[in-house]
Design a protein around this ligand. Sequence first.
Ligand SMILES: [Mg+2]
Length: 406
Amino acid sequence: MRLFVHLDMNNFYASVECLMDPSLAGKPVAVAGSPEKRHGVVLAKNEIAKKYGVKTGDTVSEAAAKAPGIVFVPPRFDVYDKISKRMFGICNRYSCYVEPFGPDECWLDCTETAKLFGGGEAIADGLRASIREELGITASAGVSFTKLFAKLGSDMKKPDATTVITRENFRDKVWRLGVGELCGVGGKTEEKLRRINVRTIGELARTDERVIKKLLGKPGVDLRRAARGEDEGEVREAVVSRELKSVSHGLTALRDLVTRDDGITLIKYLSELVAARLKKYGFRAGGIYLGLRYTDLSREGRQVALPSPMRSSSDISEAAARLFDELWNGALLRSIDVGTFALSSDRSPEQLSMFGDDNAKCREKLDDAIAAIRLKYGKSAVLRASQMDEDIYTDKNVGDFLPFKR
Ligand SMILES: [Mg+2]
């Protein structure tokens, strides 16, 4: 069973404006395009304006009539963009699978990292707390075994709340909602469904599949499956933030990667680069991500939580190699990504395992020593045996290689 968290910053643009200008506190506020012209449109409103009935899409004159004393502010997309990026950075602490849905919403696939953080609800609460403390904005979150139920969950309690929708409670929590609430059901579809007396998500779920297929075709069948909790969905994008909440390296090989050894050779090299940057920035990683791109340009990726935060290149490459063995379908590879996420400061107290891994410390020291030698005498001063004669990332004619950072 998969585990998804959907996160939604509440009244995003308006929240940012209220945060930047304390004099707006206690007033109804709307962010609106060209408020000086009466036909400008409301893009976002704060909680107080909402209570007056102001809606996104209202014209400025409509909003002013509903909410006396409302303050209109023009949008500042560059500011929202910065805060949005920081939100995605916070999400990367919990998963590298983060799929944006607009600037203020996203899904996280936490299937493999939930254990590390004490479950989906703990992740959702942690995300909300960090966003509140670091960005000054409230967010609501939904936790569920399907993407669409997670999204419904983030909408159910606002602001600043977490809603958990499980296999056990989804019929009670979700089925009574209007079918139009389901992501993917637009006005036209809703109207068609109303004609056959389907008004709620539960009614859609209980309607015979053939009836829905006749009415709406294949997309309707998918919606019905979603309503029944049968469509998990997939968080496709591995967004590893540019903010230093994750560290990763990818490289397109100088030749196609054919064998497992080829793949592992590149993984070891990338792991060293990642480890060096983790050390430089003073982080340990709680999770590893591996991305593969085949010569037909199709991509696959997988992430895993580590039993305890790690920093050494051998720990990183071992975890990445295990992911490689699970993931690789044997076809020719063009490039590989090795990423880390769920970073913690390497100065923060470590949770010591009862069966303490003293070797981890040794490996870190070995890494540090190798890095110091290379810094002084050049990259080729110390090489692993596997790196002696490779032609995957070292072009003998050029002599150096250009990994890309993300
Ligand atoms: Mg929002």
